[in-house]
Write a protein that binds this ligand. Structure first.
Ligand code: THG
Length: 650
């Protein structure tokens, strides 16, 4: 079913679409009594008026339609279970939402003409509980939105409006609540999302800036994304400009009639209709905003002024340039790093770090947050989070760790587990845009797709390891073949290639076992093949694996050299300890040479006898060398090792 609203929105003449003004403000001026609300206990519950005094709500709708609004919003802003429960009306969610939608549809039917069709947006407010600070669980919210939206859908709304959003995670719960309705009904209607930026912080209440909002929502199937409430248009301008420059969605702007001023205990809004119109004129004509309207304090006169723009203005054509990125709750981290690689800190990993394991076992959550924070200073761009620990409840641990980290650390997270349930537990508390580490074909296609499904549901990027039903790929050809298979499958499934990080597996070259000798070379070769043949995707490695078992000083040098070789081959992301990576200039040419010979397995043989083994050489050279300088100990060392130590310490 194609929606006529979408057809109008995307019609070639790109019409300005004008939404209505404030419901609350225009109910207030009607001086409603307690009786109008159905009794003192319901006074203030505007949503109940569609039952107790529908003509009051219809008057607001009709006044805005008469003023020229193309779209009116249902009187259902507080129409979820949790909000209605404050008035004991929690068992009326479906009825009130359906009734409100039917009432609004009746009003638009009176005003609609073929030249100027009118539409109803099903209003879904934020409620009073934010999931990012733990007021309410993701599941509870998603369910509440599904219930509300089912009523609105059955009442016949033309689109859903998730509005006045204060928390990115709440928006994801609402969108996924709507997706459940679409699935149940077998048909979609458009989704508009409208966020609210606080003044003077210029962020959402969850601390998210505009780039974060866009990055976190970009993966979702929404149609319109914009701002409403909190301020007048002036303070929205920088955020609106950002959306116009980068958002792939139609941009909306629905401001208050200025910043509210407190006069005698009441909010007063001073922006005049002409002032509102002038501000919006600029947004539409210069920046390309296509959907406009009014929030708190806007009256039919304001909407009349906006409708004048609607019939005369040309919406500027936009050419948005979106940059693929991950995000925390607060800020974004572009996947592409100029002259560097995406640095994913490895230390918050219970299976890779003893310190992390001990903190987890003590349930020292503050200590784990500190471990996360310490990696910010070290230069990490993203944090890998792994709580896999035999005998513990990993779903609970992931919930505990991630819910704390998201409010204390400004870096995006990579949720690392072999079990999707644990990764999903993290996604349910992480409002930003995460990466999932990882999926592969080890347990067949079902498990591979299960992780893609979750990535899509929560809007996450994804790491795909080159492992299949036959096991870990060891040769470059097999690594590439699995990546190619996964690339086709994931892209066809609807994951954009730029959200995929292939991990061709950095396996140890440090064991001396014959079959491990080729691991480095195979990985470097496979990186080149992936880079050349699979456009837009990323290549990532868990770098430290390469050197398992070697002494820490040797590991630092080998890891750094391997990083260098892999970057030259096209790798653009790696899980590392950022403070342990040495720049090439700090590694002697001799050590560089030995490491390269080890990575590419350039041993020399005389018959069966190995006459040159870079692994043995590296091991002896770094014997007794520590990564921390100890002056007294230093002086006792032979010259060769002193030099080595000097190099490592810089
Ligand atoms: N690919 C992907 N994800 C991964 C890996 C990978 N996640 C886990 C791992 N490999 C990357 N993370 C680490 C973390 C720590 C170490 C290595 C890889 C490490 N730890 C020290 C050791 O084992 O000697 C111990 C450090 C300590 O105890 O503090 O080397 O390949 N997609």
């Amino acid at each position: 079913m194609t929606s006529t609203f979408l057809a109008r929105l995307h019609s070639p003449e790109r019409p300005v679409i004008v939404f209505d003004g404030a419901m609350g403000t225009n109910l207030q001026v009607q001086n409603l009594t307690a009786a109008d609300f159905g009794g003192a206990e319901y006074e203030g519950c505007n949503e109940y008026l569609v039952h107790t005094k529908p003509e009051a709500v219809a008057k607001v709708h009709k006044d805005f339609l008469a003023a020229g609004a193309d779209v009116i919003e249902t009187d259902t802003f507080g129409g979820t279970y949790q909000t209605l429960a404050e008035y004991g009306l929690e068992d009326q969610v479906y009825y009130l939402n359906k009734t409100a939608a039917e009432l609004a549809k009746k009003c638009t039917a009176e005003f609609s003409t073929p030249e100027k069709p009118r539409f109803v947006a099903g209003s879904i407010g934020p409620g009073t509980k934010l999931p990012s600070i733990g007021h309410i669980s993701y599941e509870e919210l998603e369910q509440a939105y599904t219930e509300q939206a089912t009523g609105l859908y059955d009442g016949g709304v033309d689109l859903f409006l998730i509005e006045t959003c204060m928390d990115v995670l709440q928006i994801k719960a609402a969108i996924n609540g709507l997706e459940v309705v679409f699935k149940n009904k077998g048909a979609r209607i458009p989704i508009m999302v409208s966020a609210t930026f606080e003044n003077p912080q210029a962020t959402m209440l969850s601390g998210s800036d505009i780039a974060t909002l866009l990055t976190a929502l970009q993966p979702f199937p929404i149609d319109i994304l914009g701002l409403n409430c909190a301020t007048g248009p002036d303070l929205m301008a920088p955020h609106i400009k950002h959306l116009c420059e980068q958002s792939p969605f139609v941009v909306s702007c629905v401001p208050n009639a200025g910043l509210p001023e407190n006069i005698g205990g009441h909010a007063h809004y001073k922006l005049t209709p002409v002032e509102l119109k002038l501000a919006m004129y600029k947004f539409v004509e210069d920046w390309g905003v296509q959907v406009i309207g009014g929030c708190c304090g806007t009256r039919p006169e304001h909407i009349k002024a906006l409708a004048e723009i609607g019939s005369t203005l040309q919406v500027k054509e936009r050419h948005p340039e979106f940059e693929p990125a991950a995000s925390s709750l607060m800020s974004i981290q572009p996947y592409h790093q100029d002259n560097s690689f995406l640095i994913i800190g490895e230390r918050l990993n219970a299976s890779g770090s003893k310190k992390c394991r001990d903190l987890l076992n003590e349930e020292n959550w503050d200590g784990l947050v500190s471990l996360a924070k310490s990696q910010v200073k070290e230069g990490a761009h993203i944090l890998d989070v792994n709580v896999d620990y035999v005998g513990r409840d990993g779903v609970k641990d992931m919930h505990e760790v991630v819910s704390r980290v998201v409010n204390n650390v400004s870096l995006p997270l990579m949720l690392d587990s072999t079990e999707w349930e644990k990764m999903e537990a993290g996604l349910k508390v992480a409002g930003g845009k995460c990466l999932m580490n990882s999926t592969n074909y080890e347990d067949g296609e079902e498990r591979f797709y299960k992780v893609l499904e979750i990535a899509k549901k929560y809007g996450a990027g994804i790491v795909i390891g080159t492992i299949d039903e036959e096991g870990m790929a060891r040769t470059a050809e097999r690594k590439f073949a699995i990546a190619q298979r996964a690339y086709r499958a994931a892209v066809e499934y609807g994951i954009p290639a730029y959200e995929i990080f292939f991990d061709p597996l950095a396996l140890p070259i440090s064991t001396g076992i014959e079959e491990d000798r080729e691991n480095g070379k195979a990985t470097v070769e496979s990186i080149k093949m992936i880079r050349e043949n699979l456009p837009q995707c990323h290549v990532l490695l868990g770098l430290s694996n390469i050197s398992f078992g070697l002494n820490p000083a040797a590991r630092q040098v080998l890891n750094s050299m391997f990083l260098h070789e892999c970057m030259n081959a096209g790798m653009d992301a790696a899980i590392v300890s950022p403070n342990k990576i040495l720049p090439l200039a700090k590694i002697t040419p001799e050590h560089q040479e030995i490491c390269r010979n080890l990575i590419y397995d350039r041993r020399q043989f005389d018959g069966d006898i190995c006459t040159y083994d870079p692994l043995g050489l590296l091991t002896t050279m770094f014997e007794g060398v520590s990564t921390k300088r100890d002056k007294a100990e230093d002086d006792k060392l032979p010259l060769e090792q002193k030099l080595t130590r000097h190099i490592i310490d810089g």
